[in-house]
Design a protein around this ligand. Structure first.
Ligand code: HEM
Ligand code: HEM
Length: 217
């Protein structure tokens, strides 16, 4: 079996299974955590509204913190939006998602995908430099932070190398691209990349608790 057949076949299939089972396992585990009963009188029963409100308000920094957080926030928004454009806008990716789910939507021009890919790589490198050069952030960072960064940037870099035919045969580059995606899929449920889903669970829970207590957010 050649590398591309292995990557497209068993490697991708097993990674998708580990991803799906791992995500469900983590989510169900967290949602089933026992909560202490709360006997206080609720100030409001609009907990869902509170949850949605906090998810929205925490997505933007408060004006008081803007001066110190603007750079990091901007980098974060740039690479997340870049990733979304590249993953969901590139025609071969849409075909892949369609083969898995049956869902379909129009793709974006390739030039826009390549530009977004390049900007995403630059923003992710800026995020890493910021993490390493800030003494407090460096002290707070562990293996998970660096490995999650690596598995995020790897598919973008390998995808760009594949379309540029840079460094090896196209089939080999494509196989490496797919293997880097396998690594991302396998790591996603177990490391900090789980924030993709948990950020909504944690902000939603806090928002619902605030609403119950009648606290303003
Ligand atoms: C709806 C989905 C997502 C949301 C709401 C989200 C939100 C966030 C937030 C709030 C941060 C902290 C940013 C900061 O330090 O200023 C973050 C960091 C990060 N996210 Fe996401 N994220 C999402 C999906 C993803 C996905 C799918 C990936 C990768 C495939 C990813 C990769 C990262 C990485 C690598 C960092 C750390 C960047 C650093 O080193 O500073 N995120 N995300
Ligand atoms: C600018 C960045 C990227 C470029 C230029 C790119 C390019 C490509 C190309 C050319 C293919 C092969 C299409 C084919 O011949 O079948 C492909 C497949 C794929 N890419 Fe990317 N890619 C990029 C980023 C990403 C990222 C960030 C992800 C996910 C995290 C991703 C996920 C996939 C998947 C799941 C496939 C399908 C594999 C298959 O056909 O079996 N790509 N990509």
């Amino acid at each position: 079996m050649d590398l591309l057949t292995f990557a497209r076949g068993p490697a991708l299939q097993w990674s998708l299974i580990i991803f799906a089972v791992g995500m469900l396992w983590r989510l169900i585990g967290i949602l089933l955590l026992r909560r202490k009963p709360d006997h206080t009188e609720p100030r409001s029963t609009a907990t869902w509204r509170g949850a949605l409100k906090l998810i929205a308000t925490r997505s933007w920094p408060k004006r008081e913190f803007w001066a110190t957080t603007a750079f990091g926030q901007t980098i974060g928004y740039v690479f997340h939006i870049g990733l979304a454009i590249v993953i969901l806008g590139f025609v071969p990716h849409i075909l892949f998602i369609r083969s898995l789910t049956g869902l379909d939507w129009p793709g974006l021009p390739n030039s826009l995908i390549y530009l977004s890919g390049a900007i995403t790589v630059a923003a992710l490198i800026a995020a890493l430099i910021r993490r390493i050069s800030n003494p407090v952030m460096r002290m707070l960072s562990n293996f998970d932070d660096y490995f999650s960064w690596f598995v995020t940037i790897a598919p973008v870099v390998t995808g760009l190398l594949a379309v540029a035919h840079l460094g090896a045969r196209y089939e080999t580059l494509l196989a490496i691209h797919i293997l880097s995606i396998c690594l991302l899929l396998i790591w996603m449920p177990f490391g900090k990349l789980m924030h993709t889903v948990l950020i909504f669970v944690s902000r939603g829970t806090t928002g619902a608790l605030f609403a119950r207590k009648g606290a303003s957010t």
